[in-house]
Design a binder for this molecule. Structure first.
Ligand code: ADP
Length: 369
């Protein structure tokens, strides 16, 4: 039974369709991440669930109760914001129980809950400190504690880690995930960071321009992106999308004479290939190396398709190859790039839609790398 359900929810401000006919559910104890570029409607969706904004249309249910017309306090959800603003003049303990005090939870109960949450988050030794005496990560944990102490079954988080440095972000996101599982909290988590989404979520909902582009578990979103927008958002670097064009022997990457992707000449398609699925070798797509970026465990080699020189390299025909270790290649080198038939994805250029119907044929046509 879903704990959260959005049914055809929209939020418009004049001509701005911040959220446009969005429907999804979150199972009890599940963690769903709303992912997408800035301005795609993630925060607004979260604020609608919290009751901080009123819907223009649609219905919102929390724990099977229609909360569409209820104020935030009556929805029984807690929320952690990006700017978690702790009260500077209150101690850690006072900050954590502030909300309980406002809601007139009796003192003994407040102390009991504070003890539990402090243990859970390792905040015991810090309870008497002021926020200014804490590191960024510790402040973040206090903000989390403040949400958890409310003991609501639903917790909403809006980019809660954006003020932390990269290493701390990874640590705290693991902590949040572990805690969410341990407490069985149902969570909706907003981020624009695909790595954060992929590593934390049971399901990722990728939004674009107020609409849901794809709603799927992380592994499926990686393996079968529904649109080019999803393909461009997931993976570092993301999937390469190269335009195809009819050639002498069939449909090939535009500007090259092979390999043949589809035997029939078809216009208006893109082939999707992940950088980690591409290999340099004696056969395959002719290309020229534009740059090599050494990252330690692997290298990203940026190439231009076709054996023309640099001058003709355009963004459309540029693609990345992820090579384990260092790549003994210099800019200007002529290379051939191959991939396994099952590594191919096909999309319609105009609509961005995935074309699974053509994929079987393409995979039969391809010779294994
Ligand atoms: P995200 O969280 O994905 O960055 P938001 O949900 O904050 O996106 O915003 C979605 C769209 O709604 C944006 O175009 C934003 O400018 C607009 N928007 C958000 N809040 C308001 C508001 N209070 N009034 C008018 N437009 C808003």
């Amino acid at each position: 039974m879903p704990t959260i359900a959005l049914e055809h929810v929209s939020k418009h401000w004049g001509a701005t369709r911040a959220v446009d006919d969005v429907s999804f559910t979150v199972a009890s104890g599940g963690l769903v991440v709303l992912l997408g570029p800035s301005g795609c409607g993630k925060s607004t969706t979260l604020r609608l669930i919290a009751g901080l904004e009123r819907v223009t249309a649609g219905r919102i249910l929390v724990a099977d109760r229609d909360v569409t017309d209820l104020g935030p306090a009556r929805r029984h959800v807690s929320m952690v914001f990006q700017s978690y603003a702790l009260f500077p003049h209150l101690s850690v303990a006072e900050n954590i129980v502030f909300g309980l005090k406002v809601r007139r939870v009796p003192r003994a109960e407040r102390q009991a809950r504070l003890g539990r949450v402090a243990d859970l988050l390792g905040l015991g030794p810090l309870l008497q400190r002021k926020p200014a005496q804490l590191s960024g990560g510790q402040q973040q944990r206090v903000a989390l504690a403040r949400a958890i102490v409310a003991e609501t079954p639903v917790c909403l988080m809006d980019e809660p880690l954006s003020n932390l440095d990269a290493q701390l972000r990874q640590e705290v996101r693991r902590e949040i995930r572990a805690l969410q599982r341990k407490l069985g909290v149902t969570m909706v988590y907003v981020t624009h960071d695909q790595a954060e989404a992929m590593s934390m979520a049971d399901r990722v909902i990728l939004m674009r321009e107020g609409r849901i582009e794809q709603d799927a578990p992380p592994a499926e979103m990686y393996a079968r992106p529904a649109t080019t927008a999803v393909a461009r958002f997931i993976g570092t670097p993301p999937m390469n999308l190269l335009p195809l064009a009819p050639g002498a022997r069939g449909t090939v990457v535009a500007g090259t004479d092979g390999p043949v992707v589809l035997p029939a000449p078809i216009e208006g398609l893109l082939v999707g290939l992940r950088p980690e699925d591409l290999r340099f070798g004696p056969r395959g797509l002719a290309a020229r190396v534009l740059s090599v970026e050494y990252l330690g465990a692997d290298s990203i080699v940026v190439c231009a398709a076709g054996d023309s020189g640099y001058a003709e390299a355009s963004a459309a025909t540029t693609f990345a190859v992820r090579q384990p270790g260092s790549a003994p290649l210099a800019p200007g080198a002529a290379v051939r790039v191959a991939w396994a038939p099952e590594a191919m994805h096909l999309f319609e250029a105009a609509s961005g839609r995935r074309r699974d119907d053509l994929l079987a044929e393409a995979r039969r046509t391809a010779t294994p790398a």
